[in-house]
Design a protein around this ligand. Structure first.
Ligand code: ZN
Length: 385
């Protein structure tokens, strides 16, 4: 007897797996007290899963409905509820069979709400909480649908945001100086909004999508125009830079020439000075000889003569005396007529220095006058007192 039942159970189980159980069995399962809707659901879900146990007994519906697990929702693909048969369901809830891990059912949210257990973080959702949770799933599905629809219309949107980024800056040239500046423009605003939406939602809102569509209509033309403008601006900038570089070189050349001219002029002054004062050299003491070289050096460098100014004046006078300058002064005449061969070195220098002093228009001090008088005494050709 038991053996016979085991064989029968095995046959039923196999028939169940091959979906070959008699229709009458499913009809019996749905029960007579249920509504037409409930009967449709029970029948559909029973058919889609295992209803025969190993021992040949039939599983209860409340038990076999737990074979199904909510997976995710999809929006926008209208189809028929595979539980109740309702057409054009808005929210397509995907159910997965935990028993075989493969079978999938697409069911409307009403059937999910009524028959599926939804457990979130270990808490079984019921009533309004369950409804709210399904609504949130629906909204996520809607966003995903809109994202996909938008990407179907604008598959290159991310690349376009990059490609047309240069247009977010408005370049123009101002006035005669033709300097190029840029400022933020309305396209920048559009790109900022698009970037934000794409990161957050993956698609723009209706108004923003309109703006994007309008922009994309002329984007390529604008980019060409922009690139032409930038190319031209760049050319002009290069020309300006080249011109200013040439001007700079010209200025530098002029400055170098001027420096060379000034150096040559100073060299000439120094060399003239040395030539001019050369006849005095023999009569110069050591200090004067050094001073002469120092002065030449200063003239060459263009630094001021300072303390040497009077020395130079005195030499000037000495030279004019040597050149035979006419000085209307009795002492000058006397010294001029003095025979140099009768003088010692000191006297020679003294005579020269006094004559230079008089040639420079200066008067003699009393000391100088008496020194001259002493020197003249007894000299040949001197005027007796
Ligand atoms: Zn349904």
């Amino acid at each position: 007897m038991a053996n016979h039942l085991t064989i029968l159970a095995r046959q039923w189980k196999s028939a169940d797996e091959n979906d070959e159980l008699p229709e009458a069995l499913y009809d019996a399962l749905v029960g007579e007290n249920n509504t037409a809707y409930e009967r449709r659901v029970i029948k559909a879900l029973s058919r889609a899963t295992r209803i025969v146990n190993n021992d040949g007994s039939i599983r209860d519906f409340s038990e076999l409905v737990k074979d199904w697990e909510y997976s995710h929702s999809v929006y926008g693909h209208t189809s028929v509820c595979q539980a109740c048969g309702k057409k054009d369901i808005v929210q397509n809830c995907y159910l997965k069979n935990k028993e075989d891990g493969v079978t999938e059912l697409i069911v409307g949210s009403t059937c999910v709400f009524r028959y599926m257990e939804i457990v979130i973080d270990g808490i079984l959702l019921e009533g309004e909480e369950k409804e709210e949770w399904l609504r949130v799933e629906m909204n996520a599905a809607k966003r995903e649908f809109r994202r996909q629809m938008f990407l179907a219309r604008y598959p290159t949107v991310m690349g376009d945001l990059e490609r047309y980024e240069p247009l977010t800056h408005h370049y123009s040239n101002f006035g005669v100086k033709r300097t190029y500046r840029y400022r933020y423009n309305p396209i920048g605003k559009l790109f900022k909004a698009m970037g934000k939406r794409m990161v957050k939602f993956g698609y723009p809102g209706p108004q923003l999508e309109d703006d994007w569509a309008r922009f994309m209509n002329s984007a390529e033309d604008r980019l060409t125009e922009h690139n032409d403008f930038m190319e031209q601006a760049n050319k002009e900038r290069l020309i300006r830079e080249e011109n200013s570089r040439l001007l700079q070189t010209e200025r530098e050349d002029r400055w170098t020439l001027e420096l060379e001219r000034q150096t040559a002029e100073r060299d000439e002054k120094a060399s003239d000075f040395l030539t001019h004062t050369a006849p005095l050299e023999a009569t110069m003491n050591q200090w004067e000889q050094n001073a002469r070289l120092q002065i030449a050096d200063r003239l060459r460098k263009g630094t001021p003569l300072r303390g040497y100014t009077n020395t130079v004046k005195e030499w000037q006078n000495r030279i004019s005396v040597m050149d035979g300058a006419e000085v209307e002064h009795p002492v000058f005449k006397q010294l001029e007529e003095l025979d140099e061969s009768t003088l010692n070195d000191w006297e020679k220098n003294f005579r020269q220095s006094i004559m230079a002093r008089l040639a420079g228009g200066r008067e003699l001090t009393k000391k100088q006058a008496s020194a001259i008088a002493r020197m003249m005494k007894g000299k040949a050709g001197s005027i007796a007192e």
